[in-house]
Design a protein around this ligand. Sequence first.
Ligand code: SF4
Length: 264
Amino acid sequence: MSDEKPVRHLLGLSGGKDSAALAIYMRDKVPEMEYFFADTGAELPETLEFVDLMADYLGKEIIRLNAGRDFDYYLKLHSNYLPSAQQRWCTINLKLKPFEQFVGEDTVISYVGIRADEPQREGYISTKPNIKTCFPFKDDGLVKADILRILDESGLGLPKYYEWRSRSGCYFCFYQRKIEWVGLYENHPEKFEMAKQFEKYDEKSGKRYTWSQGESLDELIARKDEIKARSALNNKVTKPKNLMDVALKDSEDDDDDSCLICML
Ligand code: SF4
């Protein structure tokens, strides 16, 4: 009998719609799939609730990575310097490294939910030779409308944060649009306050460290009516009928350079 370990099949859930739809899509195709969720310790309650619903639906445990080492732990290690699009230590420490540790030296196929209508997107491809990445939606030609249909037909629908935010990830994520910060303020005021506490002003250098480019969260919220008015105008949406309607119309989230690993 061979001592060789069987190939592991892994699918990471981010709490976002694409990885959730992929898990549903692959459930019966790869019964031995292992599901995991890299919890940053700064997730929205809606995300955690959705991951629990997914576990029920899949009938399998969703393994939580990062036990004991959350965002705060790494923030201290980085001398309280906030992560940013240029310094994305959060993704490396809270998403990439835990994934590679979880894989170890095993031979793995990693399933990633990039769609066929996202040619510009690239998923995280590990440089480790024992990890092979595959893209079932791309390979099978599935686009955004298919993903929404899969979620709808499963009965799971979209995570509730879609009412005000178009992506999963940390509540303070620097990739949030201004209107999403307003959404955080209105839906989770306590988390908005917590995000504010991270912002800093360095008296010596005169430099400000803010989550949103060019302004502090206090300044952003002071002009929330203007931000809301502009967003409504841009989207030309009066009142979407339901969450699927929001997701279908909201294409902006697919065109930015936000964190694929956190938000796919
Ligand atoms: S969601 Fe945003 S803040 Fe959180 S780990 Fe990803 S990039 Fe960093």
